[in-house]
Design a protein around this ligand. Structure first.
Ligand code: G3H
Ligand code: 13P
Ligand code: ZN
Length: 300
C-alpha cells in the first residue's frame, strides 16, 4: 500500500479506523478529507458479521468517492477464507492474524494469504507477538502477552513476503490499557525497524481521552480505570518506524458518550438523526485530533 510506504519513509503514521456503520464511516472520511490526510477504513470480522454485504458495499462506495487516498482493510482476519472473501468484495488490503499460533503455523498461513493477495494486487498485514485485550475472536490475558522479538520479525518477513507488520510493543486492545501511563517499548520498535524496512503497525493505539470518559460516566456510563496510549508515545513511534496506527476504542467511546448525553439531556428525543448526528460530529473531531498526532495531515 503506497500510503504506508510513504508514511514509513516520511516518518508519520496513517490512521486505520474501524467502522461498523454509516455514521462512523462518514466521520472517518470527512475528517480525513478536511485534514487532507490519507486514511484506512478497517472492518473486522465482527463488523462484517454485523453489517453484512450492505455495510461492505456502502464503505467501498464511500471510499471510492473520497477526495483523499483511502484503503479498505480487513482487520484481524482469522483465516485464509476470510481474507479471500474480502478480497473478492473489493478490499484493497487484508490482515491475516495468526499471531496466537506457533511461529511455523503463522508463517505457513501468512504465506498462503500473501500469495493469493499479491496475485490480485492486494497488500497484506500480518502480526507477530501478542497484544493484550479482546478482539472478536480472541481474548489475551496479561500473562499471555508476548512482545515481538526483533530477530523473529526479520525471519518472519523474509519467509512470508508480508507488506506491513503488526508488532507487540506494550499496547493492548480496548479501553483498559494498564494502570497509569502504559509503558511503550520504544527501543524494541527501533530494533525491529532496523531489521525490517517495511511499514510497522501499532494495534491497540487508542488514546482513551479522559474528557470523553468523564463525560461518558457523567451521562450514566460505568467505565472504570479507562486508560489509553499517551499521544507522545504515538508521536515518537511514528519517527521510529510505525506507519499504520489502529484506532477503534476512541470512536466507540465518542459515539457512546454523545448518544448518552443527548438522551440524558433530552429524554423526549427519539429522532435517530438527532441522536446519531451529534455522535458523528464527536467522532469526526476525534479522528481529526488523531490525524494531527499521527502527522498525516496535508499528506494526501
Ligand atoms: O482489534 C479489534 C478491533 O477493535 C475490532 O474489534 O473485533 O470487536 O470488531 P471487534
Ligand atoms: P484500540 O482498542 O486501542 O482502539 O485498538 C484497535 C485495534 O487495534 C484494531 O485492530
Ligand atoms: Zn487490532
Amino acid at each position: 500500500m503506497e500510503i504506508l510506504s510513504a508514511a514509513r519513509v516520511g516518518k508519520y503514521g496513517v490512521g486505520a479506523f474501524n467502522t461498523n456503520n454509516m455514521e462512523i464511516t462518514q466521520a472517518i472520511l470527512e475528517a480525513a478529507e478536511e485534514s487532507r490526510s490519507p486514511v484506512i477504513v478497517a472492518l473486522s470480522e465482527g463488523g462484517l458479521k454485523y453489517g453484512g454485504k450492505d455495510l461492505v458495499n456502502m464503505v467501498i462506495d464511500m471510499s471510492k468517492s473520497a477526495t483523499v487516498p483511502v484503503a479498505v482493510h480487513l482487520d484481524h482476519g482469522s483465516s485464509f477464507e476470510s481474507c479471500l472473501q474480502t478480497i473478492r468484495y473489493g478490499f484493497t488490503s487484508v490482515m491475516i492474524d495468526k499471531s496466537h499460533e506457533d511461529e511455523e503455523t503463522n508463517i505457513r498461513e501468512t504465506k498462503r494469504v500473501v500469495k493469493a493477495a499479491h496475485a490480485v494486487g492486494v497488500t497484506v498485514e500480518a502480526e507477530i507477538g501478542r497484544l493484550g485485550g479482546v478482539e472478536e475472536h480472541v481474548v489475551v490475558t496479561e500473562d499471555e502477552v508476548a512482545l515481538t522479538k526483533p530477530e523473529e520479525a526479520e525471519r518472519f518477513m523474509a519467509a512470508t513476503g508480508t507488506d506491513y507488520l503488526a508488532i507487540a510493543i506494550g499496547t493492548s486492545h480496548g479501553a483498559n490499557k494498564g494502570k497509569g501511563r502504559p509503558y511503550i517499548d520504544h527501543q524494541r520498535i527501533v530494533e525491529i525497524a532496523n531489521r525490517v524496512p517495511n511499514p510497522l503497525v501499532m494495534h491497540g493505539a487508542s488514546g482513551v481521552p479522559q474528557d470523553v470518559v468523564a463525560r461518558l460516566n457523567a451521562a450514566g456510563g460505568q467505565l472504570k480505570d479507562a486508560t489509553g496510549i499517551h499521544e507522545d508515545d504515538v508521536r515518537k513511534a511514528v519517527t521510529e518506524g510505525i506507519a499504520k496506527i489502529n484506532t477503534d476504542t476512541d470512536l466507540r467511546l465518542a459515539l457512546t458518550m454523545r448518544v448518552r448525553e443527548v438522551l440524558m439531556n433530552d429524554p423526549k428525543q427519539f429522532d435517530p438523526r438527532k441522536i446519531l448526528g451529534p455522535a458523528r460530529e464527536e467522532m469526526k473531531r476525534i479522528v481529526k485530533e488523531r490525524i494531527e498526532v499521527f502527522g498525516s495531515a496535508n499528506k494526501a
